[in-house]
Ligand binder design. Structure first.
Ligand code: SF4
Ligand code: SF4
Length: 439
């Protein structure tokens, strides 16, 4: 491995706020009596239900199948009975169809078909098992993994980069996963590399995770494990590729254009469980933290667990939170209904105090250019904000708004407390809608 390079922009003195959870082992959450399994836990089309109200289901049984190429299978996280297939509140949308399951508490599994030597499977066999298991990018994007690992034939993948940076404040789910499941992460990396025909494997994590680094190094063998400086947003895909390989992903292109594929360490763990153990993706590690949480910690959570139940298992609130966020505080989404449930991409549930949640007084831009200095995508956030606010979408597009990775650095650093990202996201959404409608 060559020299580690810095990516452009970013913030290196952000308060990581990880100390309240990073040192505690993962707790296995007892599944609630009722689980609400959304049909949209991934990028692309909603999955199609293959069960109906009244059906008995086994743990790990297919309950909804991928609808098209960009979609993902969904499996039952428990054994029990389907109570309903109906619209339910979703962490990022108003309402999405969900399969509501009454947990019988018996943990009766579907037949699993484990494999004793998974690395000996062919590339196609591994890809099929990943697809069948409904695995999607667990770092937040939720792109179906089997599709990501099957780039165009002409693409040459030199590097599989496993992303263990977890640069968002508060989150320590990936850190604990790397410490406690290092062997699974390494096996998953080998399987992903084989499926993607990748040349070399690099596992990258920030230098604020020394225990995870040592745990991985102890079992990594010839795989490169590299420490990167702690700097937000180190874990963003393009920034990570630049830091680790020195390569730049061209505007509007995907990582394979730079000979790379990036997967989250949680995805690697899920791949190991799917291919070796025959277990679909029905649980994940979630950080529950924030100033108002009584007992912050990481849980291994069945998919479909309502946020309200999960928060209760962390002791509930010491005081009413000002805001509950799914994901990290920089890129996550505020929740208005705690009946929403944990999906495959939910890395954290963060309950912030009132003082951290209030909307600040927005002042005029003083043209200090701090937002420009921190933008890792090399954009002019102050201009993009103005174009978004004034609905000048052609200008926003010309100034590269679609390259924004929505890291929130500009909003974080702005001394005038301007809602830069809000208007940038607005412009991106509108441009995407215009392009869709013009097809
Ligand atoms: S950081 Fe805020 S005040 Fe400074 S140039 Fe950007 S928008 Fe204006
Ligand atoms: S414009 Fe986008 S990429 Fe640049 S700092 Fe703001 S949110 Fe991040």
């Amino acid at each position: 491995m060559g020299r580690i390079r810095a990516f452009f922009g970013g913030i290196d003195d952000i308060d990581s706020a990880k100390q309240s959870t990073a040192g505690k082992p993962i707790s296995v959450l007892t599944a609630p009596e009722t689980l609400v399994v959304s049909l949209l836990q991934h990028a692309g089309a909603e999955a199609k239900p293959v069960v109906a109200k009244g059906d008995e289901v086994l743990k790990g049984q297919l309950i909804a199948e991928a609808d098209g190429v960009i979609s993902a299978n969904i499996h039952s996280p428990v054994s029990g009975k389907v109570l309903a297939v109906e619209p339910r509140v979703h962490p990022n949308r108003a309402a999405v169809t969900a399969i509501v399951i009454e947990n019988d508490g018996e943990e009766r599994w579907v037949e699993k078909n484990p494999v004793t030597d998974p690395v000996q499977l062919s590339r196609e066999e591994i890809l099929n098992k990943i697809r069948e298991a409904g695995i999607v990018g667990m770092g937040g994007a939720g792109f179906p993994t089997a599709v990501k690992l099957n780039p165009p034939k002409e693409a040459r993948i030199d590097y599989l980069i496993l992303n263990g940076c977890e640069c968002e404040p508060y989150l320590s789910a990936d850190d604990r996963l790397m410490i406690e499941y290092a062997e699974d992460v390494i096996l998953g990396a080998k399987l992903i590399a084989k499926a993607a025909n990748a040349g070399a494997i690099i596992i990258a994590l920030e230098d604020n995770k020394p225990e995870a680094y040592e745990a991985l190094k102890a079992v990594a063998g010839a795989i490169d494990v590299v420490k990167l400086p702690t700097r937000y947003p180190q874990g963003a895909e393009k920034q990570l590729i630049q830091a680790v390989t020195g390569r730049e992903v061209p505007t509007g292109s995907l990582p394979f254009a730079a000979g790379c594929i990036v997967n989250n360490v949680g995805t690697a763990w899920a791949v190991a469980k799917a291919v070796r153990d025959g277990e679909p993706l029905i649980s994940r590690v979630v950080t529950v933290s924030g100033e108002t949480i009584r007992e912050p910690q990481n849980f291994l959570v069945p998919i479909g667990t309502p946020l309200e139940y999960l928060l209760e298992q962390a002791g509930g609130f010491v005081e009413a939170p000002g805001k509950v966020i799914v994901g990290g505080p920089m890129m996550g989404g505020a929740q208005f209904d705690l009946q929403a449930s944990v999906g495959k991409t939910v890395s954290g549930v963060i309950a912030l105090a009132e003082a951290e949640s209030h909307t600040p007084n927005v002042l005029p831009c003083i043209r200090c250019a701090r937002c420009v200095d921190v933008c890792p995508a090399n954009l002019l956030p102050l201009r993009l904000e103005a174009y978004g606010m004034n609905e000048m979408f052609d200008h926003a597009r010309d100034y590269g708004v679609m390259d924004c990775i929505e890291c929130g650095c500009c909003t974080y650093i702005c001394p005038s407390k301007r809602p830069l990202l809000h208007y940038i996201q607005y412009a991106k959404r509108e441009i995407a809608a215009i392009e869709r409608n013009s097809k």
